[in-house]
Design a protein. Sequence first.
Length: 393
Amino acid sequence: MISLPRLAPLLACALLAGCIKPVDYGKIRHADYVANARCTAQPGAAIDEAALPLFFATSRLPDCRSADIRMLVYRGDHVRYGRFAAPTETKKELRTPMAFQESGDWWRALQAETDRRQGRVLLYVHGYRESFETTTKDTAQIARMTAFDGPVVAYSSPSQHEVLGYVVDETNMYHDIRNFRDFLRALAEREWVKEIVIVSHSLGARLVIPAVGAADRLARRADRRDKIANIILASPDVDRQTFERDIVEDVLSPERVAQGRHITVYVSSKDKALAASRVLHGYPRLGSPYCFDPFEAAELRARGEPERCYAAPAPGLTIIDTTEVSRGSTGHSNFLRSTVACRDFVDVVADKRSRHERVATRLAHVFLLLPDPVTAPKELDEANCRWLPDKAP
């Protein structure tokens, strides 16, 4: 990814001079992409569930003109369902084995997998600049490294998969709110679903937070118990002040927290993607401990403390600062790239509320993760987190 000093001017230019190339309709009618019967799964069609163990729902437009179906950057006409396996890398390109499944068959297959386990479902929502392939890669990594005891589902929105596609991705994310809200509601309404663990990355938090609030309101009207207790926001690209203002009245309301609802947020001051988002939006992001208030920063500096500012405390909220174990060129995916962060993430998915590796701070709801050169040397991060399925040890 382009470094922050280069990306920030480009983003500013995009706003002021339109230098970001806008998405266009393309040279092919969108109806032609989906005209082939491969895009319309038939009820009862056979699926090799052993070969395609993971689930997906997507609002992307597929290209079904050939046997090798690909997911495009455009919006689809409706949400499609299917199964997939961990992608493989061929000729420096990720390819995801996948097959569409008729919605009724998909829900029945999800129920069968859920019934065989503990009634738990893990739902992963990707962020900015993700293709279907990178999304399924991350989902497969999450499934494998957490050994989650239930089905794992990837929800994929249209994304340009380009650095300069941020504004389009953001627009598509907002356009997709209704689709994701309806999907999450449908999942929460299933009697056989006992618990939903939600993991979102980056821009995906803007889908998750309002959808959870909508699901809560529906559950309250139906007098149904809350099934969404464990929410993980990794590097969330959300306005921090808006989150602080609204979260206690909505997703982390006293009623929900009393029922066990909690949110874990992974942040990093080395997150270049969120720093660029702050430049673009003008205000700090939830996933970046940037001190917007210069007076607060000065006070921290005077006390000899790091100049890091976090979302205000709230019941049920835990913030994990991964700055010291940041990895990658952008520091935007530490929960999948850094051994120390990966270990913490695995425990959070398992609903463990504390880890001895966490270092307490002056704020009761904020913890630091520090490097562990003995058991987690940096050179073993890729192997430990197993972020490329076909390169796993």
